[in-house]
Design a protein around this ligand. Structure first.
Ligand code: SAM
Length: 243
C-alpha cells in the first residue's frame, strides 16, 4: 500500500484514513468551542469572508464538502432561498451529526450526507458552487478530491477552498510557538486531547502552500484560480472557476 503523511509521520494510506477518522471522532463534541478558542474567534471572520466572496444567489445549488458542524452550509442556506439547495456532507458521522443537530436546533433542515470527497456520489455538473473549509488538508488523495469537485461543478461553477496555508515569514516564529506549544496545551486542558491538536499543527505545515494548491487546482480543471491571503497567509481562500 502507498505511503502518505499523517502530520509529520509517514504511514500507509489506510492508516492515515483511520487516524483522521479518530481525530474527528475525538474532537467532534468540542469542535465549535475549540475552534473559537484556538482561532480567537477568527474562524468566523474567515468563513464570513468566504461567504461574501461566494456571493451565492437565490436558486443556487451548493455542495459543502467536509462540512463538519455546518458553519458554511448554514450561511449558504439562508442565501439560496427555497428554490435553491445546500447539501451538507462530511466523511465523519460524528462531525456531521453534531452539525445536523445544530442546524435542526436552528430550524434548518438540510440534506445531510456521509460521503468521501474522493468519491462524490453526485452526477457531473450538478452544482453551481462547491465549498470545502479546513477539510482538504485531511484528505489522502488531494488531487483526486479536487478532480471530483471539478466533476460535480457545472462549467463556469466555482470551487472555494478555505484552508490553513503558509504564513508570512515574519510571523512564522510566533505562529510555530503558538501552534506547537499552546494549541496542544489548550487541547489537553479543554478537550482532554493534546494529540489531535498536535496533528492539527503538523498537518498545517504539511499542506501545500498557496501557489502549490493553485497549480493543483489548475491541473484538476479550474481554468482560473484566485488566491486571497487572510491573516498574513495563516489561512488562504482559493477560488477556482471550472472550465
Ligand atoms: C477541521 S474540520 C472542518 C469542518 C468545517 N468545514 C469547518 O470549517 O468548521 C475537517 C473536516 O474534514 C472532514 N474530512 C476529512 N477527510 C475527508 C474526506 N476524505 N471527505 C470528506 N470529508 C473529510 C473531517 O471529517 C472533518 O469534519
Amino acid at each position: 500500500m502507498a505511503q502518505t503523511h499523517f502530520g509529520y509521520q509517514t504511514v500507509d494510506e489506510r492508516e492515515k484514513e483511520r487516524r483522521v477518522r479518530g481525530v474527528f471522532d475525538s474532537v467532534a463534541r468540542n469542535y465549535d468551542l475549540m475552534n473559537d478558542l484556538l482561532s480567537f474567534g477568527m474562524h468566523r471572520a474567515w468563513k464570513a469572508y468566504t461567504v461574501a466572496v461566494a456571493n451565492v444567489r437565490p436558486g443556487d445549488q451548493v455542495l459543502d464538502i467536509a462540512g463538519g458542524t455546518g458553519d458554511l452550509a448554514r450561511a449558504f442556506a439562508s442565501r439560496v432561498g427555497p428554490q435553491g439547495l445546500v447539501v451538507h456532507t462530511d466523511i465523519n458521522e460524528a462531525m456531521l451529526s453534531v452539525g445536523r443537530d445544530r442546524l435542526l436546533d436552528e430550524g434548518l433542515v438540510l440534506p445531510t450526507l456521509t460521503c468521501d470527497a474522493e468519491k462524490l456520489p453526485f452526477a457531473d455538473g450538478s452544482f453551481d458552487l462547491v465549498s470545502v473549509a479546513f477539510g482538504l488538508r485531511n484528505m489522502t488523495h488531494k488531487e483526486l478530491a479536487l478532480a471530483e469537485m471539478a466533476r460535480v461543478l457545472r462549467p463556469g461553477g466555482r470551487l472555494l477552498v478555505l484552508e490553513f496555508s503558509k504564513i508570512a515569514a515574519p510571523l512564522a516564529k510566533p505562529y510555530d510557538w503558538y501552534s506547537f506549544k499552546v494549541m496542544p496545551w489548550i487541547g489537553r486542558l479543554v478537550a482532554k486531547d493534546a494529540d489531535s491538536y498536535r496533528y492539527l499543527a503538523e498537518s498545517i505545515r504539511m499542506h501545500p502552500d498557496q501557489d502549490t494548491l493553485k497549480q493543483m487546482m489548475k491541473a484538476a480543471g479550474f481554468g482560473h484560480v484566485d488566491v486571497h491571503n487572510l491573516s498574513g497567509g495563516a489561512v488562504a481562500l482559493h477560488v477556482g472557476i471550472r472550465c
